[in-house]
Design a protein around this ligand. Structure first.
Ligand code: TXA
Ligand code: MG
Length: 353
């Protein structure tokens, strides 16, 4: 499906009232009529459609070019809406919702048949969350239906953290975009399967494993998160994601980055470096992007996707990235970087780690 125009509603100053609510109501009406509309959440922008309307949900897959075996997250405004979507809510899920909702935790539960089949890609379970963003909450309240929404990027590209990113990827492919400015967390929600006796963490994200375990005790990790050879249990985790067009390499030893840059430039390549405010002065490359500060992993998460997109904008052929500690938000940051990167290091041409 193509649209002559993708409408952009500016709702950045939502709390100042006035026209903003009118626009959110218009976007909500479009959703209830079966259209797809992008909206900001606290993590990244989502591409929303009525989760109970199979035809509307199919438009999401079409607009993104998303493989049909990759299920979507359903967004709701209030916890009581869960009763229309799931058969059973175990005690552990109640505890997690009470503590982390609204917020960047997606919980997987046994689904009811009311959910459009494409949403769950044929699985018996459905992923649900309440986002913590005033525009998202108002949209969900006004639409008064559960809204299925993946990240609002073209499949394979970094998730959008601004309306400009959505427009860049999806203009002419979707009906409209609610522009609520930059998102905050910057990486997607944590995905936790609570339909199993011990919850399984499928995707690290905005709520950390440490925070979850402090509340409910140990959870299992999807084997693919700690072993390269294991197949992921969650369909979406098997796809390459978040990739800039240039080849991205993760370099553990920061002292090697300068010589890697020099060598690639000698070969005539346009070289990018993904670094931090602490280190940016150390490099001489064509595109130097500091995504945040090492002192504050939240700032790295928040700037990560914008930074990855910057290398495309500035046409870097090859990108060397620093790495981050595998703890707290660092787990989500490294998970996204590893998916974006060409793995198995640089080979003989670029011995680096
Ligand atoms: O922060 C976020 O989660 C954003 C915003 C828009 O809410 N959404 C997002 O959606 O990242 P998406 O579609 O890009 O990622 C959803 C992930 C995929 O990896 C998918 O495979 C997994 O959740 N998922 C959804 N339903 C599932 C299910 N029933 N079982 C296993 N994995 C599921
Ligand atoms: Mg996504």
């Amino acid at each position: 499906m193509s649209y002559k125009q993708t409408k952009c509603w500016n709702v950045d100053n939502f709390f100042s009232g006035g026209e903003n609510l009118t626009w959110i109501k218009e976007a909500a009406l479009w959703i209830t009529k079966g259209e797809v509309v992008a909206f900001p959440t606290e993590t990244v922008y989502g591409l929303g459609a009525n989760a109970l309307d199979e035809q509307a949900v199919k438009k999401i897959f079409e607009a993104k070019g998303r493989p049909s075996d990759n299920p979507l997250i359903v967004h709701i405004a209030e916890q009581h809406q869960l009763t229309d979507l799931v058969t059973d809510i175990p005690e552990v899920a109640h505890t997690l919702m009470k503590h982390f909702w609204p917020g960047p935790l997606t919980i997987i539960l046994e689904k009811k048949d009311t959910v459009a089949p494409s949403v769950t890609a044929g699985l018996d379970t459905v992923a649900v969350r309440i986002p913590d963003h005033p525009v998202a909450r108002a949209l969900l309240q006004e639409a008064n239906v559960p809204v299925a929404a993946p990240s609002a990027n073209l499949s394979g590209k970094p998730s959008p953290t601004s309306a400009m990113h959505v427009y860049h990827d999806l203009k002419g492919r979707i009906a409209g975009i609610l522009d609520g400015g930059q998102t905050g967390v910057g990486v997607e929600s944590t995905v936790l399967d609570c339909s199993k006796p011990t919850p399984i963490l499928y995707r690290p994200g905005g709520v950390t494993k440490e925070e979850i375990e402090a509340l409910i005790g140990p959870v299992h990790l999807d084997p693919s998160l700690h072993s390269e050879n294991a197949a992921p249990l969650s369909p979406g985790m098997k796809y390459t994601h978040y990739s800039p067009t240039g080849t991205l390499y993760l370099v553990e030893d920061q002292t090697k980055i300068a010589s890697l840059i020099k060598r690639a430039r000698e070969e005539g390549k346009r070289v990018g470096v993904l670094t931090t405010t602490e280190n940016e002065h150390k490099y001489e490359a064509d595109v130097i992007v500091a995504c945040g500060s090492r002192e504050n992993l939240a700032s790295i998460a928040s700037g990560l996707y914008e930074s990855l997109r910057m290398f495309d904008e500035k046409e870097a052929d090859i990108i060397f990235s620093e790495v981050f500690p595998y703890e707290h938000l660092g787990i989500a940051i490294m998970n996204r970087l590893e998916k974006a990167a060409t793995m198995n290091e640089l080979g003989e041409d670029f011995p680096c780690s």
